[in-house]
Ligand binder design. Structure first.
Ligand SMILES: Cc1cc2nc3c(=O)[nH]c(=O)nc-3n(C[C@H](O)[C@H](O)[C@H](O)COP(=O)(O)O)c2cc1C
Length: 274
């Protein structure tokens, strides 16, 4: 099949998804000797209108997994703002060392529903934003080499293809089932939906960087020590704050993080579907 452009399309509040998908797409573009473009829908101002692709596009499309699925606040956008028009696509779920559960099959299904032909897919472990004890420093050099190698395999697959294949088979429940229920150290559901980041007044300089990185636009520029809108717990503000002023103190949330540290420190492996 003829490909004239490779795309890296992603939602990535703290940068892991961006690193994974641009590494993969860059390699594919290099192998196919075509240009690569990126479309980053992390910030609200980028999520306006519909993005259309063409039948000679190869689109690497990735979101992090939140509670075993596509982040639920992004789902309506993913379901309404992309038109494949016959483009080839590679859904990629990036997860924080626990499991991608149904995040990948959900993304595969959404892309297929919206005019893309999925030809490969992957579930890739990266450091969990909740704790640097989970998949510490990943993707590491070994991961990045494997991610690029997969980009190369996808490029070769699409170049050799003579007809449109059936959708790529991936691990997951179809139809997709409920979101993963986060648990606390007591094994009971940890309810922290309403938790919001706190700001240490001693440390905050009101520089406003946090307001510029919040994917929900929930931190006002003129009052960056507050969070007035929805918080999806993505940790963009916490990771971006140069003063280390942002933190969560919600007990249920901290108990969930502790549970993850107790149970998910083994090295999770990537899963490749091609
Ligand atoms: C609200 C929330 C829920 C998450 N749920 C899961 C999960 O169910 N399984 C998992 O392995 N990682 C989970 N993670 C970890 C992220 O998928 C992981 O840290 C990812 O690298 C974040 O991507 P980013 O750096 O592009 O923002 C979750 C993270 C957040 C913020």
């Amino acid at each position: 099949m003829k490909i004239t452009k490779v795309w890296a399309v992603y939602f990535s509040p703290t940068g892991n998804t961006k690193k994974v998908i641009t590494t993969m797409a860059k390699k594919a573009a290099e192998v196919l000797s075509v240009p690569m473009e990126t479309f980053d829908f992390t910030l609200p101002e980028n999520r306006e209108g519909v993005t259309s692709f063409e039948s000679e596009d190869l689109v690497f499309f990735s979101t992090p997994v939140y509670a075993g699925r596509i982040p639920n606040k992004m789902l309506p956008y993913v379901q309404s703002a992309f038109e494949g028009n016959g483009a080839f696509a590679v859904p990629v779920s990036v997860f924080g060392n626990r499991n991608f559960d149904n995040g990948l099959i959900e993304l595969r299904n959404e892309l297929e529903l919206h005019g893309f032909h999925t030809i490969a897919a992957a579930g890739i472990p990266t450091e969990h934003v909740f704790s640097n004890k989970l998949a510490t420093g990943r993707p590491d050099a070994d991961d990045l080499a494997k991610i690029a190698e997969f980009g190369e395999k996808v490029a070769k697959k699409v170049a050799d293809m003579t007809e449109i294949p059936a959708k790529i088979e991936v691990r997951g429940d179809d139809p997709v089932t409920a979101y993963y229920t986060p648990l606390g150290t007591d094994g009971k559901p940890a309810v922290f939906l309403k938790a919001k980041p706190k700001t240490d007044p001693e440390k905050c300089t009101k520089c406003g960087i946090c307001a510029t990185v919040c994917p929900m636009g929930s931190i006002p520029k003129d009052a960056p020590d507050t969070c007035t809108g929805i918080c999806i717990k993505c940790h963009a503000c916490i990771k971006a704050c140069p003063a280390g002023a942002k933190y969560f103190d919600d007990e249920a949330f901290l108990s969930h993080v502790e549970m993850l540290k107790q149970n998910y420190q083994r090295r999770a492996e990537a899963e490749w579907f091609i």
